[in-house]
Design a protein around this ligand. Structure first.
Ligand SMILES: Cc1ncc(C[n+]2csc(CCOP(=O)(O)OP(=O)(O)O)c2C)c(N)n1
Length: 367
């Protein structure tokens, strides 16, 4: 890591200690919204801790934490309007939840219930994509459709630095450039793609500079600074919907941050990275930075933080209860693969039915 994130980014508003940098402009957000942003980031953290604990107790499957990513996820989602779309991967639940996805959907997904991917009608979020970069061309397609229909809607797609080495990344961004689609591609450069470090991912200095090859703007922002991410996202959204004559609609936003936790609950990062590096980045933690900013403005105190924490705990517990009350039905696995079931999927469904009848669920689950 370089001396300061600042020297590596185009946009940073809060310094490491939460003070506003001398040449920075704080976004024009009212006091309540700023506190809400902080509360939502704290919700992400509480949710993350609970989700990891559920996995450890055998009550949920493998989970990918967003520890260190809260500033990017919440900061960017706060800049969106209800009609905007989010096309997510497995580490951006802080953004999808801020955009209206119920917390229990995330838990149900990781518990293996199909209902986790059933998104409420009025929430413009696509189901989680686990396959790296697969969702990027979909995001371009959705944005292109919005443009053709004349909708006031931008499409935001989140992914990691590892995704930029996949063909789908290049195809999705190239098409977005050619068709001039209202896309925001948010690459969370968290320094690691499981055990592959950033310098093994690309020979380029930054991810943002790759946008030039597709004919649109790329920008690198301090991803652990929610105010900076908010500003950049808001400006990119404005351009996506109403560009000046010389502007292209899409933007590639690289948020420079760090995956403080493990890749997921099956990963042991001590096998490939040192604790020193983690501690160095932990100093940029977005939560204390925003907290200091708010305290110094007189918008937050211990009492308010306790109240936020209490509300968040209740919300997380309600989500756990809702998710654990779901009774899984294996039949659902086959229902939403295609809009109309194919012969192949029907055969697989019938095969599972026969096995269940012959052996019973108890015995099938044993091996
Ligand atoms: C097409 C594909 N190849 C490989 C994998 C296995 N895999 C899961 S996560 C991951 C690393 C992804 O890193 P990055 O895109 O930087 O996202 P991060 O997890 O760091 O947020 C890989 C290779 C996969 N899910 N999909």
């Amino acid at each position: 890591m370089s001396e300061s994130i600042r020297s590596d980014t185009d946009v940073q508003i809060l310094d490491k200690d939460g003070s506003v940098l001398p040449d920075a402009t704080v976004p024009d957000l009212d006091d309540d919204t700023l506190v809400e942003m902080y509360a939502q980031m704290r919700l992400c953290r509480s949710f993350d801790e609970r989700a990891v604990s559920l996995q450890r107790q055998g009550r949920s499957g493998t989970y990918s934490t967003m520890l260190g990513h809260e500033g990017t996820l919440v900061g960017s989602a706060f800049a969106l309007a209800e009609d905007d779309w989010i096309v997510p991967y497995y580490r951006d639940q802080g953004a999808t939840v801020t955009h209206g996805l119920p917390l229990e959907n995330i838990l149900m997904y990781y518990m293996g219930h199909e209902q986790g991917s059933v998104i409420p009608e009025d929430v413009n979020v696509m189901p989680i994509c686990i396959t790296i970069a697969d969702h990027i061309p979909h995001a371009t397609g959705i944005a292109w459709a919005s443009k053709l229909k004349g909708e006031e809607s931008a499409t935001v797609c989140y992914f990691g630095d590892g995704a930029t080495s996949e063909g789908d990344f290049h195809e999705g961004l190239n098409f977005a450039g050619v068709m001039d689609t209202p896309n925001l591609f948010i690459c969370m450069n968290n320094q690691w793609a499981i055990s592959t470090p950033f310098e093994r991912q690309t020979a380029a200095d930054t991810i943002a500079q790759k946008a030039q090859g597709y004919g649109f703007e790329g920008i690198r922002v301090d991803g652990m600074d929610p105010l900076a991410v908010y500003t950049v996202t808001q400006q990119a959204r404005e351009k996506a919907l109403d560009p000046d004559a010389d502007q292209a609609r899409p933007t590639l936003i690289e948020t420079l941050l760090y995956r403080i936790g493990a890749h997921n609950t099956s990963d042991d990062p001590s096998a490939y990275r040192g604790e020193e590096e983690v501690e160095e980045w932990r100093e940029w933690d977005p939560l204390p930075r925003l907290e200091t900013f708010l305290r110094e403005r007189g918008l937050l105190d211990d009492e308010e933080i306790d109240a936020i924490e209490e509300r968040n705990t209740e919300q997380v517990e309600a989500a756990v209860e809702a998710a654990e009350n779901v009774t899984a039905d294996p039949e659902e696995m086959f229902e939403h693969v295609y809009a109309e079931q194919t012969q192949n999927v029907r055969e697989q469904q019938e095969y599972l039915r026969r096995l269940r009848e012959e052996f019973g669920d108890e015995q099938l689950l044993e091996d």
